[in-house]
Design a protein around this ligand. Structure first.
Ligand SMILES: Nc1nc2c(ncn2[C@@H]2O[C@H](COP(=O)(O)OP(=O)(O)OP(=O)(O)O)[C@@H](O)[C@H]2O)c(=O)[nH]1
Ligand SMILES: [Mg+2]
Length: 282
């Protein structure tokens, strides 16, 4: 949903009756998904008083807020073992940048972190994360190109366990959600981590590009099937980005958004706050 989406709704319906078809189209175009759109329309249609542009927006915000997450326990470390965060997604969505931002975020909060360079596929991916690690002054575990990404994650876990490091952040290679073999590789990474700790990875975060639109829902569905996602990072909200897909993903798949990326710099990462997100849409 482009920020300003609600404003455009107000403009659209001020001084004239609400046109249901137009409203439905606007909600669908904002990538809210069909079920969320229907839910908002049904709630509005049940109202007996005359609808104004403002009341339409108020109901839409309320209904959206009902499905969005209230709390965010993701960054709490575990008592006596490393917490593993697997970062996944299609090519170029911002996985590596977000992993680095997340490492910086955790470090600023006083936590210890190790980065796992589990993208052994794309040229220069290992170096890219290496540069971030150096800049952040956090340890990194790197493998060989064309090596096994699961082995890199395994090694990173062992190192965290040995050195009492609280978080292991695994940056994986970009992959199309439609490529079965690559999705299978991700499932293997997950199974390997479970050998270190049966409950690992504790978080599987899908990085989605806010400019993707409704295809993000399909990406989430496929990655969820492969690794059971626990959350989303939505990036590039500083661009022409639409963030409406996160509402559809929450509503239809039950996956909460944890962080938002709003730029290329380390500090351009924030906790996802449902109320703020919905308010900024106005
Ligand atoms: N404007 C903006 N750019 C971003 C954001 N997050 C990442 N980028 C940029 O997006 C591009 C791709 O970022 P990467 O972190 O390399 O993406 P990736 O998902 O790791 O890419 P692959 O590993 O090739 O799949 C880089 O130019 C980043 O600087 C964001 O929140 N806002
Ligand atoms: Mg990357």
């Amino acid at each position: 949903m482009a920020f300003g989406f609600f404003k455009s709704l107000i403009q659209k319906f001020t001084g004239r009756p609400v046109d249901w078809d137009e409203l439905e189209e606007a909600l669908i175009r904002a990538d809210l998904g069909v079920p969320m759109t229907q839910r908002i329309l049904t709630t509005l249609q049940a109202r007996t008083e005359k609808l104004t542009a403002e009341s339409v927006v108020e109901v839409a915000r309320e209904e959206i807020l009902k499905v969005l997450p209230r709390d965010n326990l993701m960054l709490r470390p575990l008592a006596s073992k490393p917490k593993v965060v697997l970062v996944v997604g299609v090519n170029g969505t911002g996985k590596t940048t977000s992993s680095a931002k997340l490492a910086g975020f955790l470090k600023r909060k006083g936590h210890s972190v190790v980065l796992a360079a589990a993208d052994t596929f794309r040229a220069a991916a290992i170096e890219q994360l290496g540069i971030w690690a150096e800049r952040l002054d956090v340890p990194i575990v790197q493998g060989q190109y064309n090596g096994d990404p699961a082995a890199v994650c395994f090694d990173a876990y062992q190192r965290a366990d040995r050195e009492n490091i609280e978080f292991v952040l695994c940056d994986t290679a970009g992959r199309l959600h439609t490529k079965t073999n690559l999705m299978g590789e991700l499932s293997k990474v997950k199974r390997t981590l479970a050998k270190c700790d049966a409950s690992a990875p504790h978080e599987c975060l899908l990085v989605v590009d806010a400019t993707t639109g409704s295809n993000a829902l399909q990406q989430a569905r496929e990655f969820h099937q492969a690794v059971q996602l626990t959350g989303l990072i939505v990036t590039k909200l500083d661009g022409s980005g639409k963030g409406g897909c996160v509402i559809a993903i929450q509503n239809e798949l039950g996956i909460p958004t944890r962080f938002v990326g709003t730029g290329e710099k380390l500090e351009d990462l924030a906790f996802f706050e449902s109320r703020q997100f919905v308010e900024q849409m106005l």
